[in-house]
Design a protein around this ligand. Structure first.
Ligand code: OOG
Ligand code: MG
Length: 257
């Protein structure tokens, strides 16, 4: 790892631990980072979490919906890593002070019963799924006055901060168009459909297997994949009860404290 990459790992790791925003890596003059280097930095920051005793639970996909792409002004999918340190108990608490500018989005999660790596079809991807669940992702960019840059987001583990997962269900016959409602204190704030996730959320598994495969990683048996936000993310403040309902799959929820 280059000295610049090492310094970036240090900055991002500290920003995440102290919940203190940093300047974008790309704003540092002379730091011309490639997307490949950004994934390298992401791996380094995640390695710090593992060294502190966290366990890898799976992967997350980002920008799999047009709403998210438009919100952030991008056209490329990205992926990040999930650990048990990010897991928010379903029905439990999330402390907003531990984040910088948390936002929440409605998602669908998959649990793998078989390894998926490289180029796979939608049918193969679905066949590798043990169960599926409604999920909430809390994204929390570690940057101050963030102006979108793919390299910065990728290095920052695609803003991964927290996630809650509802009860696991057998995979329904048709996942392609399930209604999804994100509510704050019982009031809907975002309404969408699983169709927003690449037309069918299983395509997110296909994309994750391919993209993580390019980095020498796989979706291993027992891992979770967050398929990506179905709507724009909604800013999160203390005092909110946050809930997602996915048609036919149930709910996931937490309290923002
Ligand atoms: C990047 C993370 C994108 C998704 O579901 O599309 C993402 C961000 O919004 O800061 O998690
Ligand atoms: Mg997300």
């Amino acid at each position: 790892m280059s000295m610049i990459e090492q310094a970036a790992v240090e900055f991002l790791d500290r920003a995440q631990r102290d919940a203190a925003a940093i300047d974008q890596l790309t704003s540092v003059s002379g730091w011309a980072l490639t997307v490949g280097q950004a994934y390298h930095i992401q791996a380094g920051v995640f390695q710090r979490r593992l060294a502190r005793g966290e366990r890898m639970l799976g992967l997350k996909m980002g920008f799999t919906s047009r709403a998210k792409m438009i919100q952030m002004g991008v056209s490329e999918m990205i992926w990040g890593r999930l650990s048990d340190g990010m897991l928010v108990e379903d029905g439990g608490d999330f402390t907003v002070d531990h984040a910088i500018h948390p936002r929440v989005e409605p998602e669908v999660a998959f649990l793998l019963r078989r390894r998926l790596a490289g180029r796979v079809s939608v049918a193969e991807a679905l066949d590798a799924v043990e169960a599926t669940a409604p999920a909430l992702e809390i994204v929390n960019s570690r940057y101050r006055n963030f102006k979108f840059s793919l390299v910065d987001v990728v290095a920052d583990n695609c803003s991964a901060c927290g996630f809650a997962i509802g009860a696991w269900n057998a995979v329904p016959k048709d996942l392609s168009n399930l209604g999804m409602v994100l509510s704050f204190d019982g009031k809907p704030v975002r309404i969408g459909s699983s169709a927003a996730i690449l037309g069918h959320p299983a395509r997110s598994l296909v994309a994750a297997a391919r993209l993580a495969g390019e980095a020498g990683l796989a979706l291993e048996r027992g891992m979770i994949l967050l398929a990506g936000g179905a709507t724009e993310a909604e800013p999160l403040a203390a005092g909110r009860h946050v809930r997602v309902e996915v048609e036919g799959l149930g709910t996931a929820e937490f309290y923002a404290r």
